[in-house]
Design a binder for this molecule. Structure first.
Ligand code: ADP
Length: 396
């Protein structure tokens, strides 16, 4: 069973090919192109590479192609990408202008290039479909909610990977199985005992934090769009709704220019004035750049704010998990986020933390009530697994 996962950007195409034969999960091939101007040609080149490597003889050898789609009107979960679903994505182009249009174009091109191969979308919002409504609403008039102005939550593939893997590592295979079957069975899969509480921190170019109870998310720091929650590399994160009209009037800029600045010139880049990469910002801070130091402090304060919120909401935590570029590699950011929390039973082992990069490791002290873990995420694998599960389930 060979499943291709295609990651579509407005000018990029990346792919991974997984083989699930004999109950194994094998990555057969991966590759990608940046600065794509001719998408049909890029798809042809991708297929040519996979064929040249001997993994398929013909497109029909793919069991399916999976996509990490972002959001759609009244559709979430893991679904076949038929005209109805593509129409629902189109209906939310305005909410995800950078993501939905290129995905729709790309999916249609894949469909044309390989008719008969099922195309499957795992929506980034899928992990939050069972979250309590109170955690997902903004206090706006009903008509605003009705056009999609609510918390959708994103990074669903990554946080679901962490939900499954953390439960396995914590010895709760029952919860891992519940998380695995979430998009097929909803919350129906029973657990041996209730109450596994995990806080998943996906900290990278784009960051989000999720509270997870018994394998299912209770919310996410990203809201209606990926421009919310923690500060991102160059995107603002949470912002008071009065800020945009005030900036437009006071700075004499257009609303489009305000949007551009909030999505391209803000976040860690805007705060630090140095770079959108935390490595450069840390170097500048170490050399005495006060703005760079402030950018790091704001990022840490925001992470603690969201972790604290879910900690309270979950009534504590069994584990706090760090993942993605910053979460897996930036030891000093993890240390700052976990500082002075012994009173809550959160005790980082500084030596273990300092020596851990991008490997599955428990980095808390032996007696820490809350385990602190690093788990490298694998979003493409989640897309491939869910695609496989959907196809198997629709066959039964
Ligand atoms: P994206 O959300 O774009 O996938 P990543 O998860 O790769 O981004 O995270 C990018 C951020 O993580 C950058 O700020 C970068 O400095 C940091 N980062 C990524 N990889 C490493 C690494 N190997 N060592 C240190 N920092 C890293």
């Amino acid at each position: 069973m060979k499943i291709l996962v295609a990651n579509i950007g407005s000018t990029s195409l990346k792919w991974r090919l997984f083989d699930f034969s004999n109950n194994l999960e094998r990555l057969l091939h991966k590759g990608g192109f940046e600065r794509v101007t001719d998408y049909p040609a890029a798809i042809d080149d991708c297929l040519a590479q996979i064929k040249a490597a001997g993994h398929i003889a013909h497109e029909s050898d793919f069991t399916a192609v999976g996509f990490k789609t972002v959001l759609a009107k009244n559709v979430t979960g893991c679904v076949r990408l038929d005209d109805r679903v593509l129409g629902a994505m189109e209906a939310f182009n305005g909410l995800a202008p950078a993501h939905n249009p290129p995905y729709i174009t790309g999916i249609r091109l894949f469909g044309k290039r390989m008719p008969g191969v099922p195309l499957v979308g795992l929506f980034e919002t899928a992990f939050y479909q069972f979250a309590p409504e109170a955690m997902m609403r903004y206090a706006v008039p009903q008509a605003w909610n009705d056009i999609g102005i609510r918390r959708w939550g994103f990074h669903g593939a990554s946080h679901k990977f962490i939900a499954e893997r953390s439960a396995e590592l914590l010895g709760r295979n029952d919860v891992a199985e519940r998380a695995r079957r979430l998009y097929v069975d909803g919350l129906k899969t029973p657990t041996n005992q209730p109450g596994l509480r995990v806080i998943s921190c996906h900290l990278g170019g784009s960051s989000s934090i999720t509270g997870i109870r018994d394998g299912a998310a209770i919310g996410n720091s990203l809201g209606m769009s990926p421009q919310s929650g923690l500060p991102h590399n160059n995107r603002v994160g949470d912002l008071d709704s009065e800020a945009i009209p005030y900036a437009v009037k006071t700075l004499g800029i257009t609303i489009e220019e305000a949007q551009r600045q909030l999505t391209k010139e803000s976040g860690l880049k805007g705060l630090s004035g140095v770079s959108n990469d935390i490595r450069d910002i840390t170097t500048a801070a170490e050399q005495g750049n006060a703005q760079a130091k402030l950018a790091l402090d704001v990022f840490v304060a925001s992470a603690r704010h969201w972790i604290g919120g879910y900690f309270f909401e979950l009534g504590g935590a069994d584990a706090i998990v760090f993942t993605a570029g910053i979460g897996e590699n930036r030891t000093e950011i993890r240390a700052a986020i976990c500082a002075d929390l012994e009173g809550l039973g959160i005790e980082l082992d500084s030596a273990l933390n300092a020596s851990t990069r991008a490997t599955e490791t428990v980095i808390s002290k032996t007696g820490s009530r809350v385990k602190i873990m690093v788990i490298p995420t694998n979003e493409e694998l989640v897309v491939a697994r869910e695609t496989k599960r959907l196809l198997e389930n629709s066959r039964n």
